[in-house]
Each structure stands twice: as C-alpha cells, then as structure tokens.
Ligand binder design. Structure first.
Ligand code: UDP
Ligand code: MG
Length: 322
C-alpha cells in the first residue's frame, strides 16, 4: 500500500517520544486523534521516536501505516528531547506547528485554544502550566527557584511555568530551522526569535503511563544551559566582584601602609607586615577575578559567533488566511 500524503496540511503536531510504549497508543487514539478530528482542519501528526529502547517505534509505525496523516520519524539513537523536537519541527509541513509531549501531560484538549489564538494573529502560542501537582517537591521548588533567580539576575525574562507545549506559525518555523547551533533549547530559541505571542493556560495531568525520563540532574543541566544560552550576566558578575575586592584592598592597603609604616601608628592599631600581606593577596585575587571575567567575555563573543544565529529575523505578513 502506498501512502498518500495530503498536500500541505493546515497544521502539524510534532510529538517526541522516548520509551512511551505503555501510553502512546492511548495518547494517540483516545486523546490526540479525537481532538484533531473534532477541530475539522487538515492536519498531520509527526511522531519522532527518540531512539526508544522499548516497543514505542513499532506501535507508532503501525499507527502510521494505517493512517496517512501520521508520519513517523525514527532517530537512530536517543538524542534527547530537544533534538528530537527539532527534528520534528524540520519535518513538519503545516501552516502552523504544534509541539506536544506524548505522555498526555500536554492535554490535546487545549488544541482548539491554541489554534484559535493563532487564527487571531498570534505567531507563537505558549502553553502555561497552571498546576504542577504531579511533580515532586524537588522539581517544583527547583523550577520556582530557577525562574526567580533567572528573572532577577539574567537581564532576560522567562515567563514562569511556560512549557514546551507550543504552537509556532510557519514563519517562525522557517526562522527556527535556520538555527545551526548544537547546544539548543527549543523553548529558548523560540523565545529569542520574538514574533507576536499569546498564551494558553492548562492544567497538567499525570502521565498516562510510565515515568518521566528527565532526572533532577538532567533538569539542573537544562536550567544551567537555558541560563547561559540566554544571558552573559553571571560572567560579568564575578568581574564586578573582583573589581570591588581589588578596589577595597587597595584602599585598605594604602591605609595600613600610611598609618603604620609612614606615620608610626598614631591610632595604635598595631598592624604588622602580615596585615599588609593579607591585603596584598586579596588585591591579587581581585585582579585574577577581573582578568578571568575578561577572558570569559572574549570567549562569550567567540561562542556567540560560533552559534551562528541570524543577525535578525524579519516578520513578513501572514501567508495564509484561515
Ligand atoms: N522524550 C524524548 N527524549 C528523551 C526524553 C523524553 O523524546 O530523551 C519525550 C517523552 O517521550 C515525552 C516528552 O519528551 O513525550 C517529555 O518527557 P518527560 O515526560 O519524560 O518529561 P517531563 O514530563 O518531566 O517534562
Ligand atoms: Mg511528562
């Protein structure tokens, strides 16, 4: 049987899946498909199998064989969700692309709202998770701390609780797939691009089945990567600390020298040579911090250059009117 692909569908749903054999069939048949059919628009579903080590691939392949609207992309190994999502976005052909987890935690029932916002002109629609009850204390507090720290110190803004459940217009998708960088956070890149955005709030239910595959360690790495891919502030922060130490120890050093050794200790403070030495060491530590920040600043420029992001992206008028 040859598979007839529909001409460019109105929208694509990209779903990265990794070891989801226990839930993906239900996700597809009970949650996603009924919702898409209710919407009554042309659609395609792109499942990206991220090197699952269970039966996920054969399950989605079977679904794809019977339904021409379902395409399956099988990655050769586990590349991680960010890359799997990127692969799916590359393959998507719709006028809009929705990115969604395959474990039911991004409820397809919200799709109508995403599409509605898009039809009203939004080019990026971001899902905001209102409840987070299924996650452990560590993840919940970790996420809170990350957002407050990030927004207070990075100079960039992330909307708290914004998720990867997103819709991007074709325009945004075309800009997105131009990004050549390797260390990539889908969310951060979409945020970097700008465009007109809207938000949809949703409650995240528990996983359909199985366990979340992101460990606390991976989430910590994700948080650090998000931070450094969006902000250079921490770099400069330590440079400023160094500058403060250098200045302070310089002043204290002059004071000790003049008071004790030039004027013969009129205040009776009894400084010894050790005090002078201590101050001198602090002074050097400050210098080292400053020079480190400077080296890092050069590296940041090189890093930015190698990321090879476009200098700017242009927002052209909408190509289709629905
Ligand atoms: N996922 C993936 N590759 C991975 C890990 C996860 O494609 O290496 C998929 C997973 O199948 C699910 C989505 O990414 O569809 C979110 O993963 P998970 O539920 O484990 O994370 P969380 O709910 O904690 O965000
Ligand atoms: Mg999940």
């Amino acid at each position: 049987m040859t598979k007839e692909l529909p001409a460019n569908p109105t929208f694509s749903v990209v779903v990265p899946v990794f070891n989801e054999e226990a839930g993906v069939k239900d996700f597809h048949e009970k949650l996603l498909l009924p919702e898409l059919e209710r919407l009554g628009l042309d659609f395609e579903i792109v499942y990206v199998n991220d090197g699952s080590r269970d039966n996920t691939l054969s399950i989605i392949t079977r679904i794809g064989r019977e339904d021409p609207r379902v395409r399956v992309v099988a990655l050769s190994r586990n590349f991680g969700k960010e890359i799997a999502t990127t692969a799916g976005i590359h393959m998507a052909r719709g006028e809009a692309t929705v990115i969604m987890d395959g474990d039911g935690q991004h409820p397809p029932a919200m799709l109508a709202e995403f599409i509605e916002k898009w039809r009203n002109g939004a080019q990026v629609v971001v899902g905001i998770r209102t409840k987070n009850e299924n996650e452990g204390l560590v993840k919940r507090w970790g996420s809170k701390i990350f957002y407050s720290l990030f927004n207070a110190t990075s100079g960039a803004t992330l909307v708290p609780r914004s998720t990867d459940y997103r819709l991007i217009d074709r325009e945004v998708r075309e800009a997105f797939i131009e990004f050549p960088e390797r260390q990539r956070i889908t969310r951060a890149l979409i945020d970097w691009l700008g465009f007109d955005r809207s938000y949809v709030e949703f409650d995240s239910p528990a996983r359909l089945a199985g366990e979340a595959s992101y460990s606390v360690r991976q989430l910590t790495r994700l948080a650090i990567n998000s931070y450094i891919s969006l902000s250079l502030k921490p770099l400069y922060f330590f440079g400023w600390v160094g500058a403060a130490i250098t200045l302070l120890s310089f002043i204290v050093g002059i004071f000790v020298f003049v008071e004790q050794f030039l004027m013969g200790d009129p205040l009776g403070l009894k400084f010894t040579g050790a005090a002078l030495l201590g101050v001198f060491v602090a002074f050097l530590v400050g210098i080292v911090l400053i020079s480190q920040a400077m080296v890092a600043a050069y590296m940041a420029h090189i890093y930015e250059q190698t990321q090879g992001r476009p200098l700017f992206t242009v927002n052209r008028p909408r190509s289709v009117n629905l």
